[in-house]
Design a protein around this ligand. Sequence first.
Ligand code: C2E
Ligand code: CA
Length: 767
Amino acid sequence: MKKISISLFIFVGIFLVFLGYIFFVVQKNSVYADVFSILHSALIVIFLSCHIGKVPERRRFFYIYILLYVALWLASDIALAVYDYLFPKSFIISISLAINELASVFIIIAFIYSLFKHTPQSQKKQLLLDLLAITVASYFLLQAAVDVTLGKINGISEFYIFYTISVFSDVLILFTAILTIPWIYKNFRNYTAIINLLGILLFTLTSLSGKYITGNYMDIMYMISPMLFSISIFCESRRGKANENEDIQNLTYPRSVIITVALLIIAGIDMILYRLNVISANNSLIISYCITIYLAISINYQNYLKSREAISQHRKIEEELEKKIAERTAELKENHEMVLTIINKDLLTGTGSRRCLLETLYTYDNPKEKYDSLVIIIDILKFKNINYMMSHNTGDKILIYVANKLKDMFSEGSVYRTDSNEFAILISNNSMELSDMQSLGTHIMNTLQREIVFDEVRVKIEVAVGYDLYSDKHTTHAELLSNAEYACKVAKNNKIKYQFYNEEIYASLTREVNIESLLTTIDYDSEFYMNFQPQFTTDGKALVGMEALIRWNNPQLGFVSPGEFIPIAERSDIIIHIIKWTITKCIKQIKDWNEKYNLDLKMAVNISPKYISTYSFMEDIQREIQENNIKYSWLDLELTETSIMGIEESIISIFSELNNLGISTSIDDFGTGYSSLSYLKHFKIRKLKIAKELIDNITNNENEKMIVKSIIMMSEALNIYTIAEGVETAEQRDILMDLNCNQIQGYYYGKPVSAKEFEETYLKKQL
Ligand code: C2E
Ligand code: CA
């Protein structure tokens, strides 16, 4: 506050001195006028010096040049006063004039400096070229003007030289100031720039309009511009350091317009003056050359700048592109690694995935090493049933339980989940003997096969184990996995604890592949035929129907049991073609028999959920029945209990549709899965076929007999027929009679026989 009041005090002093000066000029008191002029300049020098340190650094030089200008002006004034009052007719007048011109030079420097400071780097050279062209052209033009004003009569005096310099510098300042206008326009809020511009315009116009003589009215005009500079330095010092980093817009002045107009004016004046014989042909020519050369250089330089700009732009884009590519690559790499972690890990159990195990085994092939690698497969039996009968949540818990047990038994990194209900152990440096491996199998079974309680439900896990150890018979390590899986399957089928992969298994594996390929190529009509097994009421008095059982006689393999080839066909869509073929055959057969013997027997045909799931299933069945004109009730479709549990909910309604049509459906091998009757009642089934496994023990195992009894009783309650499968003895038949079982199918009443034999044995007999 105190500093501001001092500044104001000085400035008021300056203004009062200025008024005093005007007063003395009006009074024509040149002595006092001179004194006040000197006092005025001196006070401004003091004012500027006091404030220069507070101006932002980037603006400071401008004011230093202005200060020098005012200081030299003061010196020139003092020198003039000395000349006027102390030593007239001395050389001092020349010194005064020289100092005065030097002052003008600093004001030029101040503005050119300011202009350069705010001109973009690339345009700085162009600005220099513009100023040079203007200066040289103006020089030759104004030389004549100076000649006209002063006349060259007296020869070249010092006054002539100073006057010439003065006019040039004025023109230059004027141009510089004009060039500053667009920038000031852009930064309009920067009023100090406007004040400075006013100051410089005033100075230039005054200077151009007449010769400076102390103590005249012109001098008043001259004195105003330093006062304006004082005001602007005061304002800038007040804004101070806070604006140090203020974003100053670079000067993009419309140089092409300004310079073209300026040069056109010069060229015009040149022509007029030449016509009036004011300037020589020489000067006129030089001016024209100057303009031409300038334009040529300028155009080329601008083109060069544009292409340089384009190149740098291009480079920038390229760099950005490269940066983006690098970023994207890094991102992709990261995603790839994430995907790898996901696919290499089993998210549920935290063990490795099948893919991860295979990848590891592939690495063992190159170079061939790890000859002692061992893969053990652990398959959780009837897992599908557990999932369906309990819940998927319980199924997940069982998987996590088994995974954790295996992780405890082996190192964590060697446990993999290779299928929904299958785990694998990879031992890459096996040192176990055969007997050790056998005891390991027993150990795995003893650890896992326990009754556990999950979600308040008791579950007894059962597993099958398969092994394969790398040998020189293997071509790749990946074979270890498929071989061990196959060995495990054999263990499962043969109901043994564990199985090592061996030559026999290899042979059966080859046979499987062979069967599968044959099933896709053979002519069904020449190789397949149907056998029929009778179904009787339990007392054996009435024949109620027959089950159609497929037979395959192949020239290469001989007779192949359906127990062998049907599961292979079920792994692919081959089963659908086989079922379609059997249905066509069976419908024709039952039509033939029932019509010929006037009967109402049911033909039971084995089908699979894969076939029911085909979108044309209902249409196919109905078409076949209608085309052959048979009763819907003559057909009975059999599906195993295990397969029905995998059926999707959307397909369950098909059972109602079949039931509505009158086609009966039976559940085959009932009692081997985990299903319950309450679960099965959603399926609208007509008949339950009690599995041979249960019937086998019905005579010696009271427990199993009770199970059969409860199945029969519950079926009665649900209005479902029961038929016992695989009845071989009278003893079994008697028990089933006691238990109220409706029907019997088994060797006791009849084995599966050819159509001809069936007709001979069971149909003709009835006539
Ligand atoms: P399945 O449907 O459980 O058929 C009953 C199987 O038990 C038949 O074996 C039959 O010959 C046999 N069997 C019947 N009574 C007795 C008995 O008292 N004692 C003994 N030991 N066995 C008895 P087969 O014909 O070898 O069929 C095996 C399996 O092949 C069938 O089991 C069925 O799942 C499948 N299969 C058979 N024919 C066809 C068919 O045409 N289509 C489909 N999709 N599967 C079929
Ligand atoms: Ca069956």
